[in-house]
Design a protein around this ligand. Structure first.
Ligand SMILES: Nc1ncnc2c1ncn2[C@@H]1O[C@H](COP(=O)(O)OP(=O)(O)O)[C@@H](O)[C@H]1O
Ligand SMILES: [Mg+2]
Length: 445
């Protein structure tokens, strides 16, 4: 069952209960009114008839011989709400004020009549004995005849019920339309999500009128932009990685060809000389030359290996490798003061974490030598509570974050740190240097 239908159903049920109570109250009030009206009219009629009887008795205008239709009750046919009848002493009906009414098509419906009658059921008849010269000649009986009153009450109640029904229908229609209008943005949101899912990351939502929906569309658009930027960065990064990989391969191929190839040729030549040597001295000379070239080849291979994978991480351990990196850098930048603070145990860093911290530090030092123009560099490796921190701070010229396009260096740092679930935070202010901080959660925390 969709939301629109559900909301409408709830409103309809609540309204229905209210309207039903309203209708019941209206009918109840009508019944009370009819009852009060009939009761007071009966009382009034009784008193009038009593007064008239007394008057006749006193003036002696009434005698037993007179025509029995002495009240001429037919005259009172206009007295609505009441049946006034005269019964003789034998209980026969002599006179009545009732005339047969034509059936009116505006008569109240039978359910309404029975509701009204229910209020009159326990009303007692009123009777007035009529006697002449102390002889009882019969009695006048007054009973409720609420037909007219009920008709009147029906007309009023009908109008009320019609208004209630109109209210019921119009509130329902208004709610249906309002709910439909306020839920319309949801269709838009679903469409937009489907587009994003299909890879159309440039899809945006319009600004909706409803504040709640407007805030959803604002957040959605922000999310879509972030996704678009990050996907674009990812593509760019992948391209850069591929380019760098190719460049690295090219360099290795060159070095293998130019350096190793050339040295191997030299060894080959010297070995050939040894083969054709007549005396030991000649062979020794060539052997010394081979030894010299072999050492150079070993140096070249060591340098190449070091570039491919930081030497020492495996052999001498993380902290010693870091210290090595810093010392080598310091050797090349004697005019910059380097302070190193190492506090804590870093022995349980896994291989990825070690490599990440090492590479970030390496890139920071490269950036400092290329861009910072710094006098002091502070490198801290700290343990703080459940975290490990690497902080590299320089006092150089700094740069405006977000202004410089992030190139492979900074972007690569982000990627590396992200990939092991850490946090990278770079702060910089013009002329106040740069601080790079990596935060890693401790294993098992
Ligand atoms: N320590 C630093 N001091 C001043 N500027 C820096 C520093 N580190 C980075 N930058 C600025 O940020 C830019 C992006 O750095 P990076 O992504 O490493 O690319 P690259 O080093 O190849 O230029 C640099 O070009 C430089 O302008
Ligand atoms: Mg760089």
């Amino acid at each position: 069952m969709n939301l629109r239908f559900r909301l409408n159903l709830i409103v309809t049920i609540i309204l229905f209960v209210i309207v039903l109570l309203g209708a019941m109250t209206t009918v109840h009030n009508a019944r009370e009114n009819v009852r009060a009206e009939v009761d007071s009219t009966m009382d009034l009629a009784l008193h009038m008839l009593e007064a008239e009887l007394n008057h006749f008795k006193r003036t002696g205008l009434m005698s037993a011989d007179e025509d029995m239709s002495l009240f001429n009750l037919g005259r009172l046919s206009g007295v609505r709400h009441l049946r006034i009848e005269f019964y003789d002493s034998h209980g026969f009906l002599v006179e009545t004020n009732q005339v047969d009414d034509a059936h009116d098509e505006n008569d109240p419906p039978s359910w309404f009549v029975s509701q009204m009658q229910a209020g009159l059921d326990n009303m007692t008849l009123k009777s007035l004995p009529v006697s002449i010269n102390n002889r009882e000649i019969g009695k006048l009986v007054i009973s409720p005849e609420p037909g007219n009153e009920i008709s009147e009450a029906w007309h009023e109640t009908k109008t009320m019920l019609e208004l209630i029904a109109l209210f019921f229908v119009s509130v329902n229609v208004v709610v249906y339309i309002a709910v439909g209008l306020s839920l319309k943005p949801i269709d838009n949101i679903i469409d937009a999500l489907t587009d994003i899912e299909a890879g159309h990351l440039d899809r945006r939502l319009p600004v909706f009128n409803l504040p709640e929906m407007a805030s959803i569309s604002h957040k959605f658009n922000g999310m879509a932009s972030a996704l678009q930027i990050s996907t674009r960065n990812n593509h760019r990064l992948t391209q850069q990685i591929i380019r760098l990989q190719e460049a690295e391969r090219k360099t290795i191929a060159h070095e293998l060809h130019d350096e190793i190839g050339q040295h191997l040729t030299a060894i080959h030549v010297d070995a050939s000389v040894i083969k054709s040597c007549q005396d030991l001295a000649c062979a020794k000379r060539s052997a010394v030359a081979i030894d010299e070239v072999a050492r150079q080849v070993m140096d070249i291979i060591r340098t190449m290996l070091h570039r491919l994978r930081p030497g020492g991480l495996d052999e001498i351990g993380f902290l010693a490798a870091v210290q090595d990196l810093v010392n080598n850098w310091q050797q090349r930048h004697k005019n910059i003061e380097v302070l190193t603070y190492i506090e804590g145990d870093f022995s349980d860093l896994d291989e990825n974490e070690q490599l990440t911290l090492y590479r970030v530090l390496q890139e920071c030092l490269t950036n400092i030598s290329r861009h910072a123009n710094a006098k002091l560099v502070e490198i801290s490796l700290l343990e703080s509570g459940k975290e490990r921190l690497l902080i590299v701070k320089d006092d150089g010229q700094g740069f405006e974050l977000g202004r410089h396009p992030q190139r492979f260096g900074l972007a690569g740092m982000h990627e590396r740190v992200d990939s092991i679930g850490g946090k990278l935070n770079i702060t910089s202010q013009y002329q106040q240097g740069v601080t790079v901080q990596v935060t890693l959660a401790k294993q098992g925390e």
